[in-house]
Design a protein around this ligand. Structure first.
Ligand SMILES: Cc1cc2nc3c(=O)[nH]c(=O)nc-3n(C[C@H](O)[C@H](O)[C@H](O)COP(=O)(O)O)c2cc1C
Length: 336
């Protein structure tokens, strides 16, 4: 069997689940994963995911319609569990018959799993630990993403390689599992597929796609950066648990420290409750990321990026990125 045939066989389960040609998801990235990148990804045979982030139901409605106008292929929508209008957003997905909903940001709130699956959509959740994966499987999710701390954006504490070793042998026979975080080349894709993954999810590698609307300055910074430039944010107040975010080092790293101090002070003074404090931190990130991705302010905006940023070498069409990844994976398998 050729390397490409072996690769196709290893990806079949994931590709069948997604309805795509290859079992590669472009992970939702706020401001980046909109109609253009998502449709390009699905048109190229992968699986694009719209980042709903802080969108209102009206904006999501438009974004889905515009994506559908650009591709007839399946794509997903990523919703954040703590969004105050989560159920309205689920309704918008149902109205458009979106086939796959990805829920990020913790355990699904009561009723959300049933609401998503009611109209036949498949539900994909993030499982940051084996115990949580088992819980999610029991509650009826259809697939899981396990994402390591090498990833860009909000991260957990454990590396992708350890999560894959701990979790794939225990759960990969029960449902499709997609491995994410730190994947920059096809050799790594082949390895995770051989370990039992149904597919993979990449984010950082697709930011500089020609079809991505990220500001030219944002893309240039990615192309220049190396792995060690993508650092995790630091929590400064033990009472205010902040989910770490991996991003390229710049002045916004200091701005985030100042923001944490401000929110911690408001907590001290009783001006906000913990939930509101955490929401303020999340809003801070959304605004800071927009400044960098859309406005091109690469000093004061958040440059969310994973450690695989060192493997982003130039701007190229999504189809070329996928073809390169698939060739590398197939060659690695052929050489086994
Ligand atoms: C700029 C950027 C923004 C992101 N925004 C989100 C988001 O809004 N929601 C989400 O679930 N994941 C988000 N992520 C994570 C990606 O979906 C994906 O899981 C991650 O990038 C995979 O790791 P990699 O960057 O090492 O490929 C973001 C990542 C980046 C780089």
């Amino acid at each position: 069997m050729s390397g490409h045939d072996r690769l196709a066989a290893l990806m079949r389960r994931g590709a069948d689940f997604l309805g795509s040609d290859v079992a590669v998801m472009a992970g939702a990235m706020s401001w980046v994963s909109e109609r253009n990148l998502v449709s390009a990804m699905s048109n190229a045979g992968g699986f694009g995911v719209i980042a709903c982030g802080a969108m209102t139901p009206e904006l999501l409605d438009t974004e889905i319609a515009e994506t559908k106008a650009r591709t007839g292929k399946p794509f997903g929508v990523n919703l954040i569990t703590m969004h105050p209008q989560l159920f309205d957003l689920i309704g918008v997905c149902a109205k458009h018959d979106v086939g796959h909903v990805v829920l990020a940001g913790g355990l699904p709130p009561t009723g959300s799993i049933d609401a998503i699956k009611e109209k036949g959509a498949k539900l994909i959740c993030f499982a940051p630990a084996l115990s949580l994966a088992k819980k999610l499987i029991r509650s009826g999710v259809d697939a899981l993403v396990i994402e390591g701390m090498e990833a860009g954006g909000h991260i957990g504490p454990v590396s992708t390689s350890v999560l894959a070793q701990e979790m794939l042998p225990e759960i990969a026979d029960q449902l499709p599992v997609f491995v994410a975080g730190g994947i920059g080349r096809g050799e790594a894709i082949a390895a995770y597929l051989e370990m039992g993954a149904a597919g993979v999810q990449l984010g950082t590698r697709f930011v500089c796609a020609t079809e991505s609307i990220a500001h030219p300055a944002f893309k240039k910074a990615f192309i220049r950066a190396s792995a060690r430039d993508a650092v995790a944010s630091v929590q400064i107040d033990p009472r205010l648990p902040v989910i770490p975010v991996r991003a390229l080092k710049n002045a916004s790293t200091e701005l985030f420290t100042a923001k944490q101090r401000e929110v911690a002070r408001m907590l001290d003074e009783g001006a906000v409750e913990m939930a509101e404090a955490q929401l303020q931190i999340e809003h801070y990130w959304a605004g800071a990321l927009r400044r960098a991705v859309i406005d091109g302010d690469i000093e004061n905006g958040s440059m969310m990026a994973g450690q695989s940023v060192g493997m982003v070498k130039n701007e190229e069409p999504v189809a070329d990125i996928i073809a390169a990844l698939m060739n590398e994976a197939a060659e690695a398998l052929a050489a086994r």
